[in-house]
Write a new protein. Sequence first.
Length: 182
Amino acid sequence: MQLAFVAYAGDCRLHGEVELDLGRLSDLLNVGEGYALENVVMESLADGHRFVLPELAVDRHDLYAVEALGARGDPRRRIRTRLHRMQLSVGPYLVAGLLHTMPGADPLTAFVRRGPFVPLTDATIAYSLAGETQLHDTAVILVNRELVEWIRPVADEGRAFPNVPVKASPGAIDLTWEIYAD
């Protein structure tokens, strides 16, 4: 089955399709080191220029986040979880969304113990496109945990991007478990 998606790389966004043999996009992303994309449109973050390719091979470490479009996988595989509003920085992107954990689990510990791509639901991604700040809401975004610079819980669930900060906020924890201070 061909699945449409949007991938966020360091210098561009990739719109395209991927062959989905496994049940969910997160399964495909977490088992592979690279992916064969089809019908790709590359959009430069620097100037918005678009370039079309019939196919493109992409390494997992080149993708900061992937937005799943369409169906959300097999509903029978869903389990009861607790939701935690999180904000994180991954490359040139800021992301806020709901991290799903087992009841009673610490969200930061659960995040670092997940596979390479961690899903966030009811998410917003912020980035600069041709010098203009873009905010994009999406039902599900998978962030590459291996490339996350910092992550923090958002105390006020109603505000996802207060002033769209460009550096780690006080209390943010990076993946080496150092606390950022002012």
